[in-house]
Ligand binder design. Structure first.
Ligand code: ATP
Ligand code: MG
Length: 495
């Protein structure tokens, strides 16, 4: 059958037109599909960036923010390892490391590690950069050092040279465009990137700049917060120190008031005691001169004369003290001082059941410039307290050692420390603040006056020294008397 000629030509023309229409439609459909995919991608990016900005804005931990920014890049681009470096003064320092699971660093690094510090680069850049490592480094030599850090941390790849790794370099800038740091992300095996994954390209620069500015703002914020916290801690410590100093000054004032009252009392008492002591001493010496026959009496008289002399010295010292003049000073050898204390303390009845051990360290075998009588009395008070507190069968140890201390003016002062340690019941915490109070005693009436420690402190402070007590209930007590060795500054006399 033959078709009419003109009918067939018309049909061909119609088919052609139809075909062209379909082609156009398919093309339009493809474009539409591609735009939809691109739109979805852009939407996903914006959502991810918003999430990051929200989370980073809430954090004050710069390292966490940098790690979180790295994971954002891993989500959006075929990148799997990252390091972030921050400017610290004139140095660039490694500040964070991140990787997708399975691509973690081979080396564990405790940040900051001095191996990962570098001088801050001169050729810092302002726009994000992506491509093979060799090309990125050729454009900005400053990424070379951090790229080397990545290689050291994560190790290389068997399949590709380090220079071939796909690298994204994101500069971080402060508001005034000053360099703050650098985030470097990489994929060491670009050949294995799936065709569905799009490496960062030229038209991603705007989005990446946005990531960089959010990240920089969050890091700056975290740093400011840390600085603020540091300053608050510093101020708090300063305030605490001032408060402590104020409390100490109050205590000293209180103590000074008590001591002033005691001073008046002591002045009167010393005056009254001075004469009878002179009489006791005089008679003892006179009887000794007569040469008593029994050795027992001779020994007893010698002891009376010695102790009366000591009491007289003490009374003289107390009178000196109440006259507020500087005490008389002599050169005294620590060995002689300790020998004398041992001799005097051994007459204490408790010495029958408690051993008194004396140890002088070689560096402490020196002469010190002190008021002999005051230092002896102070030491004897502390040793007597220790003997009275010590448990039977234990030892009281008097040790002397060299110890240098800083004065209030931060001057290094050479000094000697006398340490008296006992294994007694210790000082209960509730009375610790009162043991230096004049007339405070826990001993039965007739056994303690409660003046030992308050006088000791007064005498040691007259020498610009310090008294410290360290006591643990049930374990024992250690009392330290520290005095400067040399002539030192003029002693402070509390009014
Ligand atoms: N080594 C110590 N172990 C336990 N408690 C101690 C020790 N040294 C001092 N104390 C406590 O401190 C108090 C005050 O001591 P301080 O030497 O001033 O007075 P005292 O020994 O009681 O009397 P005294 O005037 O005869 O020395 C003591 O009563 C005691 O409670
Ligand atoms: Mg005492």
């Amino acid at each position: 059958m033959n078709w009419p000629r003109d009918t067939s030509a018309r049909d061909d023309a119609r088919d052609d037109a139809l075909y062209q229409q379909v082609k156009l439609l398919v093309r339009a459909e493809r474009r539409l599909y591609a735009s939809r995919i691109e739109l979805d991608r852009q939407l996903a990016r914006i959502r991810a960036l918003n999430r990051f900005a929200l989370e980073a804005g809430r954090s004050v931990d710069a390292r966490w923010i940098l790690e979180r920014a790295s994971t954002l890049l891993f989500e959006l681009f075929p990148l799997d390892q990252a390091v972030a470096c921050l400017a610290e003064g004139d140095r660039l320092c490694l500040a964070a490391i991140a990787a997708v699971p399975g691509r973690e660093p081979q080396e564990t690094v405790r940040l900051p590690d001095s191996r990962y510090f570098a001088p801050f680069p001169q050729d810092f850049f302002e726009r994000p950069l992506a491509g093979p490592a060799r090309e990125v480094a050729a454009q900005h030599a400053c990424v070379e050092v951090p790229l080397g850090w990545m290689e050291a941390l994560f190790g290389g790849s068997d399949r590709a040279a380090p220079s071939e790794a796909l690298v994204l370099a994101l500069p971080l800038l402060e508001k005034d465009r000053r360099p703050l740091g650098l985030l470097l992300a990489r994929n060491p095996e670009p050949a294995l990137i799936s065709p569905h994954d799009r490496p960062p390209e030229e038209d991603d620069a705007g989005f990446l700049e946005l990531v960089g500015s959010h990240l920089a703002a969050a890091v700056e914020n975290a740093r400011l917060h840390a600085e603020l916290e540091r300053r608050v801690a510093e101020r708090t410590a300063e305030l605490d120190a001032n408060l402590r100093a104020l409390r100490e000054a109050q205590d000293q004032l209180l103590q000074a008031g008590k001591m002033a009252a005691v001073g008046t009392l002591v002045a009167g008492l010393s005056h009254e005691l001075s004469k009878p002591l002179m009489v006791i001493h005089g008679y003892a010496e006179a009887l000794l001169d007569e040469g008593p026959e029994s050795p027992q009496a001779k020994k007893g008289l010698a002891a009376i004369a010695r102790q009366a002399r000591r009491c007289q010295d003490l009374v003289d010292a107390l009178l000196d003290f109440s006259r507020k003049g500087p005490p008389q000073r002599d050169r005294v050898h620590t060995r002689d001082l300790v020998g004398r204390i041992a001799q005097l303390a051994r007459s204490h009845p408790k010495c029958r059941e408690v051993e008194l051990r004396c140890e002088v360290a070689p560096e402490a075998e020196v002469e010190i410039f002190v008021n002999r009588s005051e230092i002896e009395t102070a030491l004897l008070n502390v040793v007597n307290n220790a003997l009275e507190a010590a448990a039977p069968g234990t030892a009281v140890v008097l040790s002397v050692q060299g110890r240098d201390q800083r004065s209030e003016g931060d001057e290094l002062q050479r000094g000697i420390e006398f340490l008296v340690a006992d294994r007694g019941p210790g000082i209960p915490p509730e009375i610790r603040s009162r043991i230096f109070d004049p007339f405070f005693t826990t001993k039965p009436v007739g056994q303690g006056v409660g003046l030992g420690l308050s006088l000791t402190r007064q005498m040691i402070e007259n020498h610009c020294g310090r008294v410290e007590v360290d006591s643990s209930p049930g374990q024992g007590t250690r009392v330290s008397l520290w005095v400067p060795r040399g002539e030192g500054p003029t002693p402070v006399v509390i009014e």
